[in-house]
Design a protein around this ligand. Structure first.
Ligand SMILES: *[C@@H]1O[C@H](CO)[C@@H](O)[C@H](O)[C@H]1NC(C)=O
Ligand SMILES: *[C@@H]1O[C@H](CO)[C@@H](O)[C@H](O)[C@H]1NC(C)=O
Ligand SMILES: *[C@@H]1O[C@H](CO)[C@@H](O)[C@H](O)[C@H]1NC(C)=O
Ligand SMILES: *[C@@H]1O[C@H](CO)[C@@H](O)[C@H](O)[C@H]1NC(C)=O
Ligand SMILES: *[C@@H]1O[C@H](CO)[C@@H](O)[C@H](O)[C@H]1NC(C)=O
Ligand SMILES: *[C@@H]1O[C@H](CO)[C@@H](O)[C@H](O)[C@H]1NC(C)=O
Ligand SMILES: *[C@@H]1O[C@H](CO)[C@@H](O)[C@H](O)[C@H]1NC(C)=O
Length: 644
C-alpha cells in the first residue's frame, strides 16, 4: 500500500466524516432492502403450468428465465426483452442462498431468515440423482421426473417442454402471414426458425447430472458448516440429506477426462474443449505426464450409449471441460476439506489429488492466457467471465481466511493457493481494471454484453447495459475476494498489505454506482449466468478438428465431410497429438466443409442468437454481497489519517 502523500486538512476530514456517515447509513439500508427483495423473489407456493397464464414454479426455487439473445433492430430487441420462460433449476437456488449466507458471514449483512434457507434446502433436495439406487449427492440442473415406459428418471425442464408441446399444434404459417401484414416480417421468420429448431433443443434437455451442481451443493454445505453456530438446524438438515459424500468423489474419479488413458470411454472430449485446451495439453505432452481433469457431465460414452434411448444422454453424446464448472469443483473440494465435511485424507488419494491439482493448473493457465482467444468455448455453459473470476477468487479468499491463524491442513491446499492467487492478483486484476467505465467523476461500472448491440432508426448503436448491475457487482466481488482477507476473530475484512490505491478506488467507485442504480429501475437486473453450449455456428462442435467419429454402437464413420445420419453418433477428439499435427488440422483442414474459426468476435456478433438464462434474484443477491463486503472492510487508511 502506498503511504498517503499529504495529510488531509481538518476541513476535508470533517467533510469526509459527514459524507461517510450519511453514505454508510444509505448503504446499510440498501443492503437490507436487497436482502428483502431477494428473499421476496423465492417461490413460496407451488404453481402449475397453464398455457399463456402461468408457469410451473416449484416451491423453494429462486427463479430464472430462459431468454433469447436477439439483438439489432427494435423488433429483435423487443423479442429479447419480452420472450421469457420461467425455469426451475438447482443452480440459482444454491447460488442465491450462498450469496445471502456469505453477505451475512463476510459482510456483516442482515441474517438470512431461517425459513428461506430451509425452503431452499428442501428445493435443492429435489435435484438429487434418482437413477442411482443408493444414497448419493450427485445433483442435476433440472429436476428428474420418472418415465414409466423407460423406468428411468429423466431431467425435465417442465416449462420449456410444456411450452414446446403447446406450440406443436400452432398454425405457424398463419401466424407468420398475420405478422407480415403488420410489418413484422423478421419476427415471423424468426418464429418459424425457432420452431424448426425445437427437436434439437428438446433432445438437449435430457441431460445427465453434472459436476457443477454437485460441487455447488457441496460448497453450500461447507458454507453452512462455517456458519453452523447461527444455522444449526439448517446445517443439520443439509447433513441429513447428504450422507454419502463419497459418492461424489467416486464419481469424480470414474468420469474424469484422461486424455492419456487407453480407456476410450474417458480419453475423448468435445472437439471444442480440445481446441481451447490444445496449447495446455501440448505443454503437458512435452512433459510426457499423465493428466486428469474434471469434466462437466457425470456420465461417459458407454453410459450415454446405454441410456440415450431411455432419455439420459450428454449433449452431442460427448463430455466436455468447462472452466467455470472446473472452478466450482475446485471450490467444492477446497471448502469441504477446510470445514471438515470430508476428511483431509481425501486428498491423500492420489487420483483425487491429481484431479484437484491438474484442474487447478488448467484453470490458472486459461485465466493467464485468456482462454486461447475462445472464451465462448472455454466458458462452455457460463458466458459471464466476471462470474468465473469470482468463482475462482472465492477459493483464494477462503484459503487466505483459513490460513490466517493456522497452517492449512494439507500441502495441496497450499499449492492451490500458490497457483491461483498470483493469477488473480496480476492478470485477472489488470483485466478487470482496464474494463472499468466511468460515469461522472466518482462512479465506475462494468458491462458485459447483454443489450449492448441494438441500433435505433438512425442506425446508431445503443448500449443498454442489461447486465451492468450484475457485472459491476461481480467485478467488486472478485476484487474484494482477491485483495482482502476475512478475519474470523473480528468478523471484519482487511485489505492485503500490497493492495493498490487504484484497486480500492475502483471498488469504491463501483460501489457508488451500485448504490445509485441497483434498485433504480434505470437498468435491467439481468445477467447471462448460463446458456446452451452453442452460441452460433462458430461454436458448434462439428467445425473443429476431430479424430474420432463413430455411431454410438461403436461403428466407425470415415467420412469427415458429410454429416452422418440414421443414428446418433459421437464427434470427439481422442488422446493428445503433437502441436504440429494439431496446427495442421486447424489451419489446413476443413471440418464438414468449414475451416476452423480461430477467433471469437463477441456474443453479439453477426445476426445469430442463442438461448440464455437470466436470474433477477441472483443479480440482487450478488449486488448485496458486493455492498455488504465493501461495508465490512476495515478502512485502515482513513483511520490512520484521522488519528495521525
Ligand atoms: C417416456 O419415454 C418415452 C421413450 O423415450 C417417450 O416416448 C415418452 O414421451 C416419455 N414419456 C414422458 C411422459 O415423457
Ligand atoms: C455411497 O456411494 C457409493 C458409490 O460411490 C456406493 O457404492 C455406496 O453404496 C453408497 N453408500 C450408501 C450407504 O448408500
Ligand atoms: C496404453 O497402451 C499402450 C500399448 O498397449 C501401453 O504401452 C501404455 O502403457 C498404455 N497406457 C496406459 C496409460 O495404460
Ligand atoms: C497432473 O498430475 C500428475 C500426477 O500428479 C502430475 O505428474 C502432472 O505434472 C500434473 N500436470 C499438470 C499440468 O498439472
Ligand atoms: C449500420 O451501421 C453498421 C456499422 O455500425 C453498418 O455496418 C451497416 O451497414 C449500417 N446499416 C445501414 C443500413 O446503414
Ligand atoms: C451401427 O449403427 C449404424 C447406423 O445405424 C449401422 O449402419 C451399423 O450397421 C451398426 N453396427 C452394428 C455393429 O450394429
Ligand atoms: C499447411 O499446409 C501447407 C502446405 O501443405 C504447409 O506448408 C504448412 O506447413 C501447413 N500448416 C501447418 C500448420 O502444418
Amino acid at each position: 500500500m502506498r503511504p498517503q502523500s499529504r495529510p488531509l486538512t481538518k476541513c476535508t476530514i470533517l467533510l469526509f466524516c459527514l459524507m461517510t456517515g450519511t453514505f454508510a447509513r444509505t448503504l446499510e439500508e440498501l443492503i437490507i432492502e436487497l436482502k428483502d427483495k431477494t428473499e421476496s423473489l423465492q417461490v413460496k407456493k407451488q404453481t402449475q403450468f397453464i398455457p399463456l397464464l402461468s408457469w410451473q414454479k416449484d416451491k423453494g426455487v429462486y427463479g430464472s428465465e430462459v431468454k433469447l439473445n436477439f439483438h439489432g433492430s427494435s423488433h429483435l430487441a423487443f423479442v429479447r426483452d419480452e420472450f421469457s420462460v420461467f425455469d426451475n433449476n438447482m443452480f440459482v437456488t444454491a447460488w442465491v442462498t450462498s450469496c445471502l449466507l456469505e453477505a451475512y458471514r463476510y459482510g456483516g449483512g442482515p441474517k438470512p431468515s431461517r425459513s428461506h434457507i430451509e425452503l431452499s434446502l428442501n428445493s435443492i433436495n429435489q435435484y438429487r440423482n434418482k437413477n442411482r439406487k443408493y444414497e448419493n449427492s450427485i445433483m442435476s440442473f433440472w429436476p428428474q421426473v420418472y418415465n414409466k415406459t423407460t423406468s428411468t428418471y429423466i431431467s425435465t425442464p417442465a416449462n420449456l417442454l410444456k411450452l414446446f408441446d403447446e406450440t406443436d399444434g400452432l398454425p405457424v404459417k398463419t401466424i407468420e402471414d398475420i405478422l407480415k401484414l403488420f410489418g413484422f416480417n423478421d419476427i415471423g421468420k424468426l418464429i418459424e426458425r425457432l420452431l424448426g429448431e425445437k427437436p434439437m433443443f428438446r433432445s438437449a434437455f435430457h441431460i445427465p447430472p453434472d459436476f457443477d451442481d454437485t460441487f455447488v451443493n457441496i460448497g453450500l454445505g461447507a458454507l453452512l458448516t462455517d456458519v453452523k453456530a447461527d444455522f444449526d438446524t439448517e446445517q443439520q438438515s443439509w447433513m441429513n440429506s447428504n450422507t454419502n459424500l463419497t459418492s461424489v468423489f467416486d464419481a469424480l474419479k470414474k468420469y474424469a477426462y484422461r486424455p492419456f488413458s487407453n480407456d476410450s470411454n474417458i480419453n475423448t472430449i468435445d472437439p471444442r474443449s480440445y481446441y481451447y485446451l490444445s496449447t495446455f495439453l501440448e505443454e503437458v505432452l512435452s512433459d510426457a505426464t499423465d493428466l486428469a481433469l474434471t469434466p462437466t457431465w457425470i456420465s461417459n460414452i458407454d453410459e450415454t450409449s446405454n441410456m440415450r434411448s431411455k432419455g439420459v444422454s450428454m449433449p452431442f453424446n460427448i463430455n466436455n471441460v468447462d472452466v467455470t464448472v472446473s472452478s466450482n469443483v475446485i471450490y467444492g473440494i477446497t471448502s469441504s476439506i477446510l470445514t471438515g465435511l470430508v476428511p483431509v485424507s481425501t486428498l491423500d488419494d492420489s487420483d483425487i489429488q491429481q484431479i484437484y491439482l491438474n484442474t487447478t493448473n488448467m484453470v490458472a493457465y486459461q485465466l493467464r492466457t485468456d482462454f486461447h482467444q475462445r472464451r465462448d468455448l472455454a466458458l462452455t455453459y457460463y458466458p459471464s467471465v466476471f462470474e468465473l473470476y469470482w468463482f475462482v477468487a472465492r477459493t483464494v479468499f477462503l484459503l487466505n481466511e483459513k490460513s490466517k491463524y493456522s497452517k492449512l491442513p494439507h500441502q495441496d491446499l497450499e499449492t492451490v493457493l500458490a497457483t491461483l492467487e498470483p493469477v488473480l492478483e496480476t492478470h485477472v486484476t489488470s483485466k478487470i481494471l482496464t474494463q472499468a467505465k466511468p460515469e461522472g467523476s466518482n462512479m465506475l461500472y462494468f458491462d458485459d454484453f447483454l443489450g449492448d448491440r441494438d441500433y435505433d432508426d438512425n442506425n446508431h448503436t445503443l448500449v443498454k447495459g442489461d447486465d451492468r448491475i450484475f457485472t459491476t457487482a461481480m467485478a467488486v466481488n472478485t476484487l474484494i475476494s482477491t485483495w482482502s482477507i476475512f478475519d474470523d476473530k473480528s468478523s471484519k475484512l482487511f485489505w492485503k498489505k500490497d493492495v493498490t490505491l487504484n484497486v480500492k478506488d475502483v471498488i469504491s467507485k463501483c460501489v457508488n454506482w451500485l448504490v445509485k442504480y441497483t434498485l433504480s429501475d434505470d437498468f435491467k437486473p439481468w445477467n447471462c449466468f448460463f446458456s446452451g453450449s452453442g452460441k452460433g455456428i462458430d461454436s458448434m462442435p462439428f467445425f473443429f478438428p476431430i479424430n474420432r467419429l463413430e455411431f454410438l454402437n461403436g461403428t466407425k464413420i470415415t467420412d469427415y465431410n458429410h454429416f452422418p445420419h440414421g443414428a446418433p453418433y459421437i464427434i470427439g477428439f481422442k488422446g493428445v497429438v503433437p502441436k504440429s499435427s494439431y496446427d495442421n488440422m486447424v489451419q489446413n483442414e476443413t471440418h464438414f466443409g468449414r475451416k476452423t474459426t480461430t477467433t471469437f468476435s463477441g456474443y453479439n456478433s453477426g445476426s445469430g442468437y442463442f438461448p440464455f438464462w437470466s436470474s433477477e434474484p441472483y443479480t440482487y443477491a450478488t449486488s448485496m454481497l458486493a455492498l455488504s463486503q465493501f461495508n465490512n472492510i476495515v478502512k485502515d487508511d482513513i483511520k490512520t489519517n484521522l488519528i495521525g
